[in-house]
Design a protein around this ligand. Structure first.
Ligand code: FAD
Length: 530
């Protein structure tokens, strides 16, 4: 039995469990296969940091699986269109008749799997695909009146809560642990050599420089146990203040942990970028290093929640609401394929005039080699002259991650103040974020650009300066990431005057809020006008 592990499944999961279960029943070995597809990485704007994180996780998995006598075999296949054929050839050479994998909902991946199924049928190879990414899998929630999937979050969330509360036992179930192979697999002529494949330290074209690699390894340690530790630190303040070490709040006593957790403060603090307020689990969710269902289950047990009520389980309920956003965007991606094809969800905004328009095809093809406009380049470098935007953009550049509220601010600034196509920003995030995930990234960008499902209305244009005072009231976030302003205090930090910026050699703003707002309103009100 072969389990084809994909880039977002880097741990035990449903397909892997099912493959192990089948192998145990048939008394045959299970083999784990991972396919590197550089052409897909280019087409999908995978950044070097995300690839490096994948490789670091694979290296840990390789060892864990080897201890269970399960080989993790890696191959590189180009061109990407030939992957189904090549995988089936490999299966043929291993004498394998059953393949297990989790579904990836992006259009290219769905097409690949459909082709795989078509080619497998005449060869009598059985393909078993599982849902694994979300807590409530796509297709389960729909509007009862129309039978259609929701494109608005609130009713989706309402249904989500009803379904999960009604079948709590089911949603708390986790995939069974994988079972080990018989040790004789290592001696087998066919399977033994598969233990020898090494996990490369980089993929050509996606190399990280040494300094960035070291930094990423420190900031985002790989492996399921690191992810669990990050979760437990988030659920327990006492543990959170310590460095990454062997921290287990359950060992301190669950009651104690529940009293001293940080997640309870999440409801009030989650928009604060100047505090360490969120879980920082997104890189682990997006690569499947920790299962969202495990996180859900651990939290429910730790806080002894019998019924989820996003309004009364204190911060935990608010935190679950954010996780439901992740399920929602996954459902949207699966239900409306145009979302992964670079098209606006609200077709009426297709004609909005952007300063540098990208066609859907261009936005999903290889990145253009043309140089960026000055405004775009200043946005990317964090030199727009708007302190909160610059702090967030520099944070992304340095950490491969930034808090949600600054993501919203920089996305809104790019699309409404600079009137730069949201697809350009979406691509930049995918290339630079370690948690890059098409569903959530597209969802976030199209929300900010007012073109998406349940978007921010186009006339509600964030004033970045007042947003700044809300998300960074202490100013610590800006002062940390924009050292030019490290000595500035009070309101000047959020909206520095011309004399301050000139004195500190900080750039003047590209455009004033009022002027930008008027232009964006004009262009959105009458798509096609300039
Ligand atoms: P927490 O606040 O601890 O939330 C827990 C989890 O809930 C997150 O890890 C994430 O999986 C999910 N979540 C939280 N907020 C959202 C949200 N608004 N939408 C969807 N899921 C959410 N998230 C990604 O995982 N990958 C992306 O590529 C991505 N791109 C984004 C782009 C833009 C323009 C915006 C506005 C948001 C984007 N997000 C993305 C969503 C959100 O910003 C991150 O998930 C969050 O900041 C991660 O931090 P955390 O793990 O500490 O989150």
């Amino acid at each position: 039995v072969v389990y084809w592990m994909r880039m977002h499944d880097l741990r035990n999961n449903r397909a892997f469990s099912n493959a192990c279960e089948q192998a145990r029943r048939d008394e045959i070995p299970v083999i784990v296969l991972f396919v590197f597809s550089p052409q897909d990485y280019i087409a999908h704007d995978r950044g070097a940091r995300k690839i490096d994180f994948t490789l670091r996780n694979l290296a840990i998995l390789k060892k864990t699986l080897a201890d269970m006598d399960i080989p993790l075999h890696t191959v590189t296949y180009v061109p990407r269109k030939k992957i189904p054929e090549k995988v089936l050839n490999l299966l043929g050479s291993l004498g394998c008749k059953r393949l297990y994998a989790n579904i990836e909902y992006e259009v290219d991946e769905l097409r690949r799997d459909i082709k795989l199924c078509e080619l497998a049928l005449p060869q009598r190879v059985q393909i078993n695909l599982s849902h694994n990414k979300a807590i409530v899998e796509p297709g389960v929630i729909f509007a009862p009146s129309s039978g259609k999937p929701y494109a608005v979050y609130s009713p989706y969330k309402k249904q989500w809560l009803k379904i999960v509360n009604d079948k709590l036992e089911h949603y708390l179930e986790e995939a069974a642990d994988p079972t080990a192979n018989d040790p004789s697999v290592r001696e087998s002529e066919t399977f033994g050599p598969l233990f020898e494949t090494e996990i490369p330290s980089s993929i050509p074209g996606f190399e990280l420089d040494d300094a960035d690699k070291t930094k990423m390894t420190e900031v985002w340690p790989a492996g399921e146990s690191a992810a669990r530790e990050i979760l437990l630190r988030f659920l327990n303040t006492k543990a959170r203040t310590s460095q990454l070490g062997p921290v287990n709040p359950l060992a301190d006593g669950a009651e104690d942990a529940a009293k001293h957790n940080r997640v309870v403060k999440y409801g009030g603090d989650r928009d604060r970028a100047d505090k360490d307020t969120t879980s920082r689990l997104s890189p682990y969710f997006s690569s499947g290093v920790i299962s969202v269902r495990e996180v859900f289950r651990t939290t429910m047990r730790l806080f002894d929640i019998k019924k989820i009520d996003v309004n009364s389980n204190a911060g935990v309920g608010t935190w679950f609401s954010e996780i439901i956003w992740r399920d929602f965007y996954t459902d949207v991606l699966a239900s409306f394929p145009r979302v992964s094809m670079g098209r606006p969800f609200q077709e009426k905004f297709s004609a909005v005039v952007w300063e540098n328009h990208q066609s859907p095809e261009e936005s999903r093809g290889p990145a253009s080699k043309d140089s960026d406009s000055e405004a775009l380049s200043r946005w990317k470098q964090g030199k727009t002259g708007v302190p909160i935007v610059d702090a967030a953009m520099r944070c992304i550049k340095e950490m491969g991650w930034v808090h949600n509220r600054p993501r919203m601010i920089v996305a809104m600034y790019l699309t409404k103040h600079l009137m730069i196509d949201w697809r350009v920003g979406e691509r930049y995030f995918m290339e630079n974020l370690i948690d890059g995930d098409l569903a959530s990234n597209d969802g976030g960008w199209q929300w900010s650009a007012s073109t998406g499902v349940d978007p921010c209305p186009y006339f509600r244009i964030f004033n970045p300066h007042s947003q700044s005072t809300k998300t960074d009231p202490s100013g610590d976030f800006i002062r940390y990431w924009v050292p030019e302003l490290s000595k500035v205090r009070g309101p000047d930090l959020h909206t520095p005057s011309t004399s301050i910026v000139d004195k500190l050699k900080y750039p003047r703003p590209i455009i004033e809020h009022k002027e930008a707002r008027e232009r964006a309103m004009r262009r959105f009100k009458n798509p096609g006008s300039t």
